[in-house]
Structure formats: C-alpha cells, structure tokens
Write a protein that binds this ligand. Structure first.
Ligand SMILES: [Zn+2]
Length: 238
C-alpha cells in the first residue's frame, strides 16, 4: 500500500511540475519585454532565399517566403525583448556574393551563412524552414537541435512540446539532433535549433502556415521559449 501511495504521490508531484511549466508557455508571458536586460546574441536564419526558394507547395507557395515571414516576427519579438539579434536575410533574396548559376549562388549563400555564424560563435541560432514529404498525409512541426549541445536540445524539446500542445495535439514528434549532412550546422559550433514549421505537402499544414495569425502565434511560441531559456527563468518571469 505504501509503495503504491508513494508512487501515486510522486506521479502527482511530477504532473503538477510539468503542468506548471506547460502553463507558463501556453499562457505566454504577456509581455516578452520582461527579458529586457539580457545581452545574449541571437542569429535568426530564414532558410533559403531567391534564387533558391526551397520547397514549393502545389499552389506555388515557396518555402523561402514563409521562412522569412516567421523569421521576421521572431526577430521583432526577440529584438524588442532586448536581445542582440542578427537576421541572416531580411528580404526575399539569399545572401550569395558570387556565382553565375543557381547552384553557384547557393554555395556562396551557404558559405556566407557559415561565415556569419563563425564570426558570432557566441550567438544562439534559430533556423526556420518548412518540410516536405512524398505522401501528403505526413504533417506537423519537427524541431531539431545541434547535436551535442545540451542547451540546444533543451530549447528544441521545449519548442516541440509547446507547438504540439498548443497547435497540434495530434503531433507526437519529439525533438531530434540535426542530421550531420546539413551543411550549415556541420560547419558551425553555435548552439542552434532548426524548426521545420510544418509540411508544405500537407494541405492543412499549408493552409495554417500561410495564415498570418498562425505565423504570428508560432513565432511568438518559438521566441518565448528561446527568451525564457536563454535568460534563465527564475530572475525574469514575473
Ligand atoms: Zn528548407
């Protein structure tokens, strides 16, 4: 009896702690400016950029535009919260500096991104992308983290949890390490997370990802988790 009682008590305590943590994110922080005194540098990387639009949806929506829309909102939130923020690109174009073919421009672009990250190796990176799959049923956000980085894993896990709980209760995906063949992340040392916000090949995901309110909501959730985790929660959440 005692064993069962203690086990039950433990489960209740753990549930209460988890619910409190989830409540903070679900409820939001009200005003993200509570983090104002922090100087942590953050790079916001909107994936792709013309002439490389990334994935293309059946209605012609290009990934690079959606990436930029969400990255800009994350930038605005974290910037106004007092973090030192660097946008990799703030218009529809990628940041290539040489090359005559699309491929050569892509190579130049990714090398320039690596250079920015390496010049700011104390910066935390959040990279925004959209997913695709060969069958249309696969859906939901997938968050990745820089392999071997505890803070990256922690932040990616929280972002994944919040997105699942808040917007995609059916999404059972858990955060994963960024695959080693992703060029940018295998050439930098920064703590980083990569958020694949949803699947352009799934019609429900696509509708949501194009919706301005959803873009706003998911950006706020991503920014809040990053702000909360990089600030050290105790001193900042009131
Ligand atoms: Zn992409």
């Amino acid at each position: 009896m005692n064993k069962t009682t203690s086990a039950l008590k433990l489960i209740l305590i753990i549930s209460a702690v988890l619910l409190t943590a989830v409540f903070v994110y679900i409820g939001g922080f009200g005003d993200i400016a509570v983090f104002k005194d922090k100087n942590q540098k953050i790079i916001i990387d909107a994936g792709h950029g013309l002439p490389d639009g990334g994935a293309v949806a059946s209605d012609g929506t290009i990934e690079s535009d959606l990436n930029l829309a969400i990255a800009k909102q994350i930038f605005n939130l974290l910037d106004s919260a007092g973090f030192e923020c660097i946008m990799i690109r703030d218009d529809q174009n990628s940041i290539y500096s040489e090359g005559n073919t699309i491929h050569a421009k892509k190579v130049s672009d990714i090398k320039n991104r690596v250079e920015i990250a390496n010049k700011n190796n104390d910066a935390f990176i959040v990279s925004i992308h959209m997913n695709t799959f060969e069958t249309p049923d696969v859906h939901g956000a997938q968050v990745f983290f820089k392999s071997g980085s505890e803070i990256s894993k922690d932040i990616a896990t929280e972002i994944q949890n919040v997105i699942n709980l808040k917007y995609q209760p059916e999404n059972t995906k858990v955060s994963k390490p960024i695959p080693s063949n992703v060029y940018l992340f295998s050439h930098i040392k920064n703590d980083s997370v990569l958020v694949e916000c949803g699947f352009l090949t799934n019609s429900e995901d696509l509708t949501k990802l194009k919706d301005e309110q959803f873009q706003k909501d998911i950006s706020k959730s991503i920014a809040e988790v990053i702000a909360y985790k990089l600030s050290g929660s105790e001193n900042n959440v009131e």
